[in-house]
Design a protein around this ligand. Structure first.
Ligand code: AKG
Ligand code: FE2
Length: 261
């Protein structure tokens, strides 16, 4: 993975009309079973990643026996089939405050995050109810040092209520093998129910993003909106996610697929 990380690339995207380049490099991997689902990504889990996946999957599923399972999260065993791998080349490479995208993971995802190499600070802060907070106090920031070979599990509803970042540091201790590099593998489960076929497209033909409502009277609901903005730089597409309806539509799709085969 250390060797492979030299070929990782920086994502680019538009943020409020400005082209921004990712402050770290990354690469996406998929499991073999995703191959049959028509994904065009050619990077399959290498053998070591498969081994790590199995270990992490077993830990998560064991812990889930003792945990509350939310209605909207994946039912049955958690089975990660994609991995986003980030590489931070030095102490100034970061990932900025964000919560992970729900579009293909669906509501209440579980994310198993394995750290390799240099120890970096992983920070978390709550973001719901910020506007309704009359004092406008910024929420507390929790900082967790993630050592080589440590696992952090972001349980639901972490992505709905918390943001996370890996912040720049003035100094870091050199790792005997990785030097100043840190590699982070986040294992995620892409759910067929939230696959591209099931994701609405806006009036401009862009795939929409699934987002949670994190405060106010609609808190707990999810909606689709367009991030791309459309040709005029704005797109007002909006659609509530009806989870019951989605389940039925997906079952219907499965039945149709079976009858075609
Ligand atoms: O590097 C980390 O620990 C976090 C990575 C992350 O948040 C992400 O890839 O979404
Ligand atoms: Fe993240």
């Amino acid at each position: 993975m250390l060797k492979e990380s030299d070929s990782f690339t920086r994502n680019q995207g538009f943020l409020f009309g400005n082209l921004v380049t990712s402050p770290h490099t990354s690469k996406y991997y998929i499991s073999n079973e995703m191959k049959t689902k028509g994904s065009d990504c050619a990077c399959y889990f290498p053998p070591e990643m498969k081994q790590a996946k199995t270990i992490i999957m077993n830990i998560v599923n064991e812990q889930r026996k003792e945990r509350k399972i939310y209605e909207y999260e994946v039912q049955g065993d958690w089975n990660p089939n994609i991995a986003a791998v980030n590489c931070y080349a030095n102490s100034k490479e970061v990932v900025n405050w964000h919560s992970d995208k729900l579009t293909h993971l669906g509501p209440m995802p579980i994310i198993g995050s394995l750290s390799l190499g240099v120890t970096r600070q992983f920070r978390l802060r709550r973001f719901g109810n910020e506007e309704s907070n009359s004092n406008r106090q910024p929420s507390a920031i929790y900082s967790i040092p993630l050592k080589h070979n440590s696992l952090i599990i972001m349980w639901p509803p972490c992505q709905e209520h918390w943001k996370h970042e890996v912040c720049p540091q003035n100094s870091i201790d050199k790792h005997p093998i990785a030097g100043f590099k840190r590699i982070n593998i986040t294992f995620r489960q892409s759910r067929d129910e939230y696959g591209s076929e099931m994701t609405p497209t806006c009036h401009h033909g862009e795939q929409c993003m699934l987002k949670p409502v994190f405060n106010g009277r609609n808190m707990g609901r999810y909606f689709y909106s367009c991030n791309a903005g459309g040709p005029e730089g704005k797109c007002d597409f909006f659609e509530w996610l009806d989870i019951g309806k989605r389940k039925k539509e997906f079952e219907e799709k499965l039945k149709q697929r079976k009858s075609v085969n």
